[in-house]
Design a protein. Structure first.
Length: 472
C-alpha cells in the first residue's frame, strides 16, 4: 500500500525494531549474569537491584480476613478492601483515583497527605464501624518504585521512576510518611506491610490457586512500567547480612521473594536494542539513563516512541505535509507523553475499511486529521514498537525460569502471574511474548509448559496477603 520514499523509510524503521533469535539468547544470558550479581552485591551499576522483600512464605489459599490495601502505581492510586474467604476466593471493593500530575513532581507531604485523605474517604464509606469502634484495620501498601527494604513494614525510597520526581522523598521511609499523615487525620488504619506490585501479583496467584496450571514462579507487571518478582533460595542472597540469614533460618525460613527491578536491566546498553527514538524518549524522561529496559517495553513509553517517530517522519517531509511549519502541527502531537499507548491497541487491530476507526481515534485523541497512507504508516509503526516491546518482555521471564531451573523435571508446568493494562489489554501482547520465549534457551518445549495468566487485582490482593502475614 505504501510507495516510494515513505515505504523505504517505514521498512527501515521496522528493521530497527526487529528482534532476532540471536539477540534474545544473548540477552537472556546477560540477564542471568546481572541477576546473579545483584544477589551478591549492592550498588553495582551493571547488576540488577534484586531487592530482598522479607516475604518468606507463599499463601496456600486458606488465608482468611478483611484487610485494606492501597496501590500507588504509575497512573492510578487504588484503595481497596479485600475479604479473603479462605477458600482461594476473595471479595473486593475498590476506589480508583487518577494521580494528579502536579503531585508526581511536588513534595512528599503533598503526595502522602493526598493519599491519606483518599484512604480516609474510603474507610468512612466502607468501614464505618472501624471508625466508630476505633479498631484499627491492617493495610498493605503496594508501592511500585525501587525501595531499600529493611523489614516487612519499612523501606526507604531509592529512586523514582515513571512520571514521578519528588526529590525530598528519596531516602525516606514511605511507611512512616504515610502512617504520619493517617494519624494526623485520625484514620483507624495501621500500615503493616510494604509490598511491591510484582510481589503482590506472585502472592495473589498463589492464593487463588494457580496450582492447576503448575506453581506460580513469577509475578510480573506490564503497565505504566515493568518489573518482576520470584522466590529465591535464602542461601543465594549473599548480600543479606549473615546475621539476618541465620536468624531467618533458625525460624525455618529457606526462601525469600526477590523484587528484581528488571525495569533497570542493562542500563549500560550492553545488549539492548537502541534507536534514535529510544534516546530521545530517555532524554525527555524524569530519570535519564535509568530504567532503560522499561523504556523499551512498558505503557508509559510505547506511545511516546511512536510520537517521536511521527515527528521525525514529518520533519523528513514524509507525512502530514499539510502543516507548513512544525509549530502549526496539532498541539497534542507536539506535546510529550500525549500519545497514550492505549490508542495503539486500537491501531494494532484496526481492520476497518481505510482504517476509519484509527482515523476517528487520532482525531479525538490528538486532534489530528490523517490520510489513509498516514494511517497505514501509523499502524505499521505501532506493530513494530509493540512487537519489540512484547519480545523484550520474554527476556526476564525466560531468564528467571532458566536460572531457577523451574522447568526442569518430567512434565513440569509453571504459572507466570501477570498484571498491568499492557499485558491485559494490548491485543496479542502475550502471544508475541510467548513466540519470543520459544526462541530463547527455553525453546518451544519450555514455552509450551509455561502459562501466562492475568492476576486480576493481583497487586491489591497480594498487598492484603502481605499485611495478613505481618504481626500487628
Ligand atoms: P499502573 O501502572 O498505574 O498500575 P496500569 O496497569 O493500568 O496502571 O497501566 C497504565 C498504562 O497502561 C498506561 O501507560 C496506559 O497508557 C497503558 N494502557 C492502558 N490501557 C491500555 C490498553 N488498552 N492497551 C495498551 N496500553 C494500555
Ligand atoms: Mg499496577
Amino acid at each position: 500500500m505504501l510507495t516510494g520514499e515513505v515505504r523505504t523509510r517505514v521498512e527501515d524503521i521496522e528493521k530497527q525494531f526487529s528482534v532476532s533469535e540471536e539477540f534474545l539468547k544473548k540477552a537472556v544470558t546477560f540477564f542471568i549474569e546481572c541477576a546473579d550479581k545483584g544477589l551478591k552485591v549492592k550498588n553495582d551499576p551493571e547488576a540488577l537491584l534484586m531487592i530482598p522483600t522479607f516475604v518468606t512464605s507463599i499463601p496456600t489459599g486458606k488465608e482468611k480476613g478483611v484487610l485494606l490495601a492501597i496501590d500507588l502505581g504509575g497512573t492510578n492510586f487504588r484503595v481497596v478492601s479485600v475479604a479473603l474467604n479462605g477458600d482461594h476466593t476473595f471479595d473486593l471493593v475498590q476506589a480508583k483515583n487518577p494521580i494528579p500530575v502536579d503531585l508526581m513532581k511536588g513534595t512528599s507531604d503533598e503526595l502522602f497527605r493526598w493519599m491519606a485523605e483518599k484512604i480516609h474517604d474510603f474507610v468512612k464509606e466502607n468501614h464505618s464501624n472501624a471508625v466508630e469502634s476505633g479498631n484499627r484495620l491492617k493495610m498493605g501498601f503496594t508501592f511500585s518504585f525501587p525501595i531499600d527494604q529493611t523489614s516487612l513494614d519499612s523501606g526507604t525510597l531509592t529512586r523514582w521512576s515513571k512520571h514521578f520526581n519528588i526529590p525530598d522523598c528519596i531516602g525516606k521511609d514511605v511507611v512512616k510518611l504515610l502512617q504520619y499523615h493517617l494519624d494526623a487525620l485520625k484514620v483507624p488504619v495501621v500500615v503493616s506491610a510494604l509490598a511491591n506490585d510484582t510481589v503482590g501479583t506472585l502472592l495473589a496467584r498463589s492464593y487463588t490457586g494457580a496450582d492447576k496450571e503448575g506453581k506460580t514462579k513469577i509475578g510480573c507487571i506490564f503497565g505504566t512500567g515493568t518489573n518482576g518478582a520470584y522466590e529465591e533460595d535464602l542461601d543465594n542472597i549473599t548480600k543479606l547480612p549473615q546475621s539476618i540469614r541465620n536468624e531467618l533460618k533458625a525460624k525455618g525460613v529457606r526462601k525469600m521473594v526477590i523484587n528484581t527491578e528488571w525495569g533497570s536491566f542493562d542500563n549500560k546498553l550492553r545488549v539492548l536494542p537502541n534507536t534514535k527514538w529510544d534516546e530521545q524518549v530517555d532524554k525527555l524522561s524524569p530519570n535519564p539513563g535509568f530504567h532503560l529496559f522499561e523504556k523499551r517495553v512498558s505503557g508509559m513509553f510505547m506511545g511516546e516512541i511512536l510520537r517521536q517517530i511521527l515527528l521525525d517522519l514529518y520533519r523528513e517531509g514524509l507525512i502530514l505535509q499539510q502543516y507548513r511549519t512544525e509549530d502549526k502541527l496539532p498541539h497534542r502531537l507536539r506535546t510529550a507523553w500525549d500519545l497514550d499507548t492505549e490508542a495503539m491497541s486500537l491501531f494494532e487491530i484496526d481492520d476497518s475499511t481505510d482504517l476509519k476507526a484509527s482515523e476517528l481515534k487520532l482525531e479525538q485523541m490528538l486532534r489530528l486529521p490523517t490520510t489513509v497512507e498516514e494511517r497505514v504508516v501509523i499502524q505499521r509503526l505501532t506493530r513494530a514498537i509493540a512487537h519489540r516491546s512484547s519480545s523484550l518482555a520474554a527476556v526476564p521471564i525466560s531468564a528467571i525460569l532458566l536460572k531457577s531451573h523451574a522447568l526442569d523435571g518430567h512434565n513440569v508446568n509453571v504459572d507466570v502471574g501477570a498484571d498491568g493494562s499492557v499485558v491485559e489489554f494490548y491485543p496479542g501482547f502475550r502471544t508475541m511474548m510467548r513466540d519470543a520465549i520459544a526462541q530463547t534457551q527455553l525453546g518451544p518445549k519450555g514455552e509450551r509448559r509455561l502459562h501466562v495468566n492475568i492476576a486480576k487485582d493481583g497487586s491489591s490482593v497480594g498487598a492484603a496477603l502481605c499485611a495478613l502475614s505481618s504481626e500487628f
